[in-house]
Design a protein around this ligand. Sequence first.
Ligand SMILES: Cc1cc2nc3c(=O)[nH]c(=O)nc-3n(C[C@H](O)[C@H](O)[C@H](O)COP(=O)(O)O)c2cc1C
Length: 181
Amino acid sequence: MRVVISIGAASGVIYGIKVLEKLKSEKYLIITDMAKGIIKEETDYSLNYIESLANKYYDDHDFDSPLASGGFQYDVFAVLPASMDLIAKFACGISDTLTTRAFQVALKEKRKIILFFRETPLSSIHLENLKRLSDLGIVIMPASPGFYFRPRTLDELIDTMAYKIMDEIGEKQEHKIWGKN
Ligand SMILES: Cc1cc2nc3c(=O)[nH]c(=O)nc-3n(C[C@H](O)[C@H](O)[C@H](O)COP(=O)(O)O)c2cc1C
């Protein structure tokens, strides 16, 4: 599988990093300018390390990237996390960066799209934008980890969400799920 991941400038960039670390599929990565600041603020990971987790990294202003065109074949486009700024741009068709352009391309090419957000509480504008995107068939995932397996560490808590995202991407890896087998 080929997966395109963009890390947007919302709290919770660690989820995107954890998915990049775990995912075995071919990975294409974009990091928005503002997200680079949040990565520094919230984690100890270097940008070089995060970029090295992908098969190919593209700058968010690189419109020469194949991700800016419908000709490039891949399976899933995921924004981990998506800021409400990106959600608003996605919902109204703006494509002023590689992330927003790649989104519009993924949409018109009818690729699977996953938008993972952290913002809370949500305004009516946020909710309307999310509803509009959901109505287009996009998977909308709030950063809301389950507690039923009693995570003991922050890593375990983050992993519950990372595996859930990977289930949505379609790369199943062994992890605890609810229910008796
Ligand atoms: C430390 C920090 C945390 C932020 N967290 C969020 C957030 O969780 N959700 C959100 O929608 N915006 C958040 N923002 C605001 C976005 O970063 C801001 O709207 C930015 O323009 C979005 O950039 P992007 O379009 O590259 O994602 C945060 C900003 C900072 C500085």
